[in-house]
Design a protein. Structure first.
Length: 372
């Protein structure tokens, strides 16, 4: 079925992650991708042609498109704020890949600019709209594990220099394991526990120089500007505590590990960098026995990256808030920046901002349905 009034979408940034966005945004009926832009216009053209998008060009061409209401910012973190600000200045709503910006001042300026212009900002990760986290949020809200007390998360592997053809930005300010992968884990924890109020952390950098390992530039050395291993502790507003490892220094891959322990049980979540997966609960076991698992009945339809853009598009047409807001993105950036400061200073750091409550996605929410 075709929507009568789909929301026009432009995309700036036709790199690695644009495949996932363009795959999904071109199959959700409520949005219509009109134009793709990149500094490298040949890349924009090739991605546009691959996904049947009619127009391509530079970022300026996307901003000038009269029917693009939302522009999706898939550039590298160092220019997220600059590109998002230009999108707002062109009178369009922003969906930004994470993080919203690389420092608090730029992120705050964007939120102020959007508010003054009456425009929306949505920020990745939109995995929080996926069936995996939505099922877990409902389980916690129902009291399936009693009162949530603590969280453990682990994201460790040998690093994106292994697979990304241009991995330099992932070891620059605004990235590293904390700022690149932290948004998935910390956004999930903030949705489950509420705002982070203070953090402590230690970090290290295994190698000052790393080497591109895949693609045409394999063998190229580059400098590392950030800690590549961070161990962080977080206190949440209700008193819960979390401990998280973010590492690009581990030969042993352990990613997507998220456990929430409550007074009545421990909830195991799927990878917060994925949209779906099993949610399981175990309760106190007898000594010497293996844990017994209950599987939580899943809700929702699996789709993938672009759900946040779709949710924002539907909110634009229907009124009301969207879910993955700029304010949530700001709080997660503020938390990560505080963790980074704690690594540098060795001190506990208070987190000043608060996250807005995250509304649940309705159980019958169908990304492939027509509502516009
Ligand atoms: N690669 C992944 O698996 C992945 C997953 C989730 C999120 N992300 C996020 O998506 C974003 C992009 O990551 P990527 O891996 O696609 O990076 P990438 O380097 O492959 O692609 C970025 C693209 O943006 C373009 N670009 C940079 N500055 C620009 C500007 N000022 N104007 C127009 N185009 C510009 C580049 O030319 C490039 O084509 C990052 O924020 C990253 O954190 C990436």
């Amino acid at each position: 079925m075709t929507a009568r009034n789909p929301v026009g979408v432009g995309v700036i940034g036709a790199g690695n992650i644009s495949d996932q966005y363009l795959t999904n945004l071109t199959r959700f009926p409520d949005v219509h991708v009109l134009v793709v832009g990149d500094l490298d216009t040949a890349r924009a053209e090739s991605q546009a042609r691959k996904y049947g998008v009619q127009e391509w060009g530079t970022a300026a061409d996307v901003l000038a498109h009269p029917d693009a209401e939302i522009v999706v910012n898939l550039t590298v973190p160092a220019v997220h704020a600059e590109v998002s600000s230009a999108i707002l200045a062109a009178g369009k709503h922003v969906w930004s890949e994470k993080p919203i910006a690389v420092d608090r001042a730029d992120a705050r300026a964007l939120l102020d600019q959007a508010a003054a212009a009456g425009l929306r900002i949505g920020v990745a990760p939109d995995t929080i709209l996926g069936p995996g986290l939505q099922t877990a949020l409902r389980a916690v809200a129902r009291g399936d594990i009693g009162t949530p007390l603590s969280a453990q998360t682990v994201m460790q592997y040998a690093g994106p220099d292994l697979w990304h053809p241009a991995p330099e930005f992932l070891f620059a300010k605004g990235a590293g394991p904390l700022f690149d992968m932290g948004p998935y884990y910390l956004t999930a924890l903030v949705c489950l526990f509420g705002s982070v109020t203070r953090v402590a952390a230690l970090g290290s950098t295994a190698r000052a120089v790393r080497t591109v390992r895949s693609g045409e530039r394999a063998g190229t050395d580059f400098e590392v500007a950030v800690p590549t291993h961070v161990s962080a502790l977080a206190q949440f507003e209700g008193g819960g505590v979390g401990q998280s490892v973010f590492s690009f220094d581990s030969p042993l891959t352990r990613t997507g590990f998220v456990e929430i322990t409550g007074t009545e049980g421990t909830l195991v979540l799927p990878d917060p960098n994925a949209f779906a997966g099993q949610v399981r609960i175990t309760r106190v076991q007898q000594r010497g026995r293996d844990p017994e698992w209950e599987t939580v009945t899943p809700v929702g339809i699996e789709a993938g990256r672009g759900l946040g853009v779709l949710d924002m598009a539907r909110a634009i047409r229907g009124g009301g808030p969207h879910i993955a807001t700029g304010d949530l993105g700001y709080h997660v950036l503020d938390t990560m920046t505080s963790i980074d400061e704690a690594v540098a200073s060795g001190e506990t750091v208070r987190v000043a901002s608060a996250a807005p409550g995250t509304p649940l996605v309705p159980e019958d929410w169908d990304p492939f349905g027509v509502t516009a």
